[in-house]
Design a protein around this ligand. Structure first.
Ligand code: SAM
Length: 282
């Protein structure tokens, strides 16, 4: 029996016959010390509702409840794990809502909590589209005030990357435009059952109250063009846009001989705003 009076996760997995499915990115964290560390990184959870993506057999879910989350709303694609999750719900009456379905189709804003936080050990195959969906929401600041998320290290590196580094690209610009991003700690593959091939990294995102104003779609356009040919000078790479590159660059006050990876987030926002101000050609 564990600290919460529930059976150890290894027994839960055996009893419900939950062989991990690779297609769902299933790598379960069975060590309650680690799940506790992730839950605590979300900050004091009293009075906070947590949205968890992919609870699986519920290791992190249990840690969130032990850390006093007022309620956990857990969206899980795999129906096989529901009986295991229902046992946790029964041990914490009224505090665990289980939603079976695809998190890509679930808008956290619809949870309707006063204080909402996202905490998840994300399935690798949908981690980036999920994050991009949250970051490009029309309404900002979003319903959540902090997200603590585990990614494969290589993706985490891209979220927190600074200009002039190899990992700096569209994802870094989008993430850092709307959030302050912080790398927290790495987790060894051996901590998971089954172990993934890569190191995992937990990061924290705090939504910026007032990101530099620009239209999300315009920012995505200019970063796609610029990083689509990241080794070229901007006056060449921006030719793929339907605006004259020379005017774009001149009005954004950016030298055409610079390259995508040298530009700060603020400079990309400037480009996106000039992009919207200029008339399309062609
Ligand atoms: N939270 C558990 C843990 O920490 O041990 C499991 C994490 S495992 C890396 C990812 C979980 O996400 C799996 O349980 C998987 O079934 C679920 N999942 C995969 N794709 C999903 C999707 N599109 N929507 C919701 N859950 C998904």
């Amino acid at each position: 029996v564990s600290e919460d009076g529930l059976p150890p996760l290894r027994d839960v997995i055996a009893r419900h016959d939950l062989a991990a499915k690779r297609s769902l990115g299933q790598h379960f964290l069975l060590d309650l010390n680690l799940t506790g560390r992730i839950a605590r990184a979300a900050g004091p959870l009293r009075g906070v509702v947590v949205y968890e993506v992919g609870p699986g057999p519920g290791g992190l879910t249990r840690a969130l409840l032990i850390e006093d989350a007022e309620r956990v709303v857990a969206v899980e694609a795999d129906p096989r794990v529901l009986p295991a999750l229902q046992e946790i719900a029964a041990a914490y009456p009224g505090r665990l809502d289980i939603v079976q379905g695809d998190a890509l189709q679930f808008d956290p804003a619809r949870i309707g909590a006063d204080r909402l936080r996202i905490v998840a050990n994300l399935p690798y195959n949908v981690a980036t589209p999920l994050l991009t969906g949250w970051l490009t929401a029309d309404a900002w600041p979003p319903a959540w005030d902090r997200a603590v998320l585990m990614f494969q290290k290589e993706v985490a590196d891209r979220l927190v990357a600074e200009p002039r580094s190899k990992a700096y690209g569209r994802l870094a610009v989008l993430t850092q435009w709307r959030c302050a991003a912080q790398r927290l700690f790495d987790i060894d593959p051996r901590a998971f059952t089954p172990p993934p091939k890569v190191i995992s990294t937990v990061i924290a995102l705090s939504p910026r109250e007032s990101p530099l104003p620009c239209r999300t779609a315009a920012l995505e356009r200019v970063t796609a063009a610029a990083f689509g040919q990241r080794r070229k000078m901007l006056r060449a790479s921006l030719r793929s846009l339907d605006r004259p590159p020379d005017r774009l660059l001149e009005e954004a006050d950016i030298l055409g001989t610079r390259r995508a990876e040298e530009l700060s987030v603020e400079e990309f926002v400037r480009l996106a705003r000039v992009y919207d101000a200029l008339t399309p050609e062609r």
